[in-house]
Design a protein around this ligand. Structure first.
Ligand code: PMV
Length: 319
């Protein structure tokens, strides 16, 4: 079908989920297992053919405003990511895309992967390849590489699958869905997010300078993740909380915590959280806290008192 014959009134939709890393971020890049959960909140995309437009274009919205408006010619990372998605999917005709982001961007909640999965799914439907998971994965990986340089793949796995899962990087990655009761987690945006690529690079260079010490850190995180998996399977929340606290300490030792993230963790623990840690790349961004019915409101209140934005995580459970 030629571009002129495209039905411009037709629209295709796709969704992608955000994520929380429960334990194991950063070390997952070097191949140790990590635990993550897909969130109910994520990104919603809709795409149309735009044969009369001079470029493909993307408008990104939050719930109440336009966050960005750009074309596939833009040098903005989002424009480059749009180009990477279209090229990987071999879409040469112009499209108009709109994405609603339901999560704060760049805060460690997987917004870029959610956006890429939502867009790739909508575009795949548009070209009659909705069932081509390999194509969707390749397009999302191309987009994520723009933001993360060498992503482990944990974000796009969460954005695509949702649920709670254990992830181990590899060719292919080992993804084990966990059919467990979801923990009660709260999210606090303690500070503006930092670049994941830069955080990962900083850890890589610290690791290169201290290879022996990092062998111990790697062994520690491997054991924290395996203990946390057992705790999740047993719904042993106090133990899971302790392991999260230990993981935060390990991440701080790797230089990716900040005083704002530490402060948010201390506020949560002081208000009764069973555990609290940074989630994602760190350097800013979000903290998660494990709570119970009794402590949930106290922790939310304590964060709000400190002027921090916070909300309960809606974990998308495995069916
Ligand atoms: O980009 P973020 O903040 O969602 O973090 C990604 C998790 C890292 O382990 C730091 C990087 C990766 O690719 O796994």
């Amino acid at each position: 079908m030629s571009a002129e014959n495209r039905d411009t009134s037709k629209m295709w939709r796709g969704v992608g989920q955000g994520k929380l890393i429960l334990l194991g971020e950063h070390a997952v890049v070097w191949g140790t297992p990590a635990l993550a959960a897909g969130l109910d909140q994520g990104a919603l995309a809709q795409v149309y053919w735009a044969p009369d437009a001079s470029h493909s274009e993307l408008t990104l919205y939050s719930s109440d405003k336009i966050l960005a408006q750009l074309t596939d010619r833009s040098d903005d990372p989002l424009g480059v990511a749009l180009r990477a998605l279209l090229e990987t999917m071999q879409i040469t005709e112009h499209v108009a895309a709109q994405v609603i982001l339901q999560l704060p961007a760049g805060a460690g909640l997987g917004s870029s992967a959610a956006l890429a999965v939502a867009l790739a799914r909508a575009l795949a439907k548009m070209i009659d390849r909705a069932d081509d998971d390999d194509l969707i994965d390749a397009a999302v990986m191309a987009s994520e590489t723009i933001f993360h340089h060498s992503p482990s793949g944990i974000d796009q796995t969460a954005a695509r699958l949702g649920g709670l899962f254990c992830f181990e990087r590899g060719e292919p990655a080992v993804i084990t869905p966990l059919h467990v009761s979801p923990p009660q987690l709260l999210v606090c945006q303690a500070a503006p997010g930092a670049s994941t690529a830069r955080q990962v690079e900083a850890v890589a260079s610290l690791r290169a300078r201290n290879p022996e010490q990092f062998e111990h850190i790697e062994a520690l995180i491997t054991s924290l993740v395996s203990g946390a998996r057992e705790a999740l399977e047993a719904s042993d929340w106090p133990r899971l909380g302790e392991l999260m606290n230990l993981n935060h300490g390990a991440l701080a030792s790797m230089g990716v915590s900040t005083s704002a993230l530490d402060h948010a963790c201390h506020i949560a623990r002081d208000a009764g959280a069973l555990g609290a840690k940074l989630t994602g790349a760190g350097g800013g961004g979000c903290v998660i806290a494990l709570v119970t019915d009794e402590t949930r409101e106290r922790v939310l209140h304590a964060w709000r008192e400190a002027d921090m934005t916070c909300f309960p995580a809606q974990i998308k459970t495995n069916a």
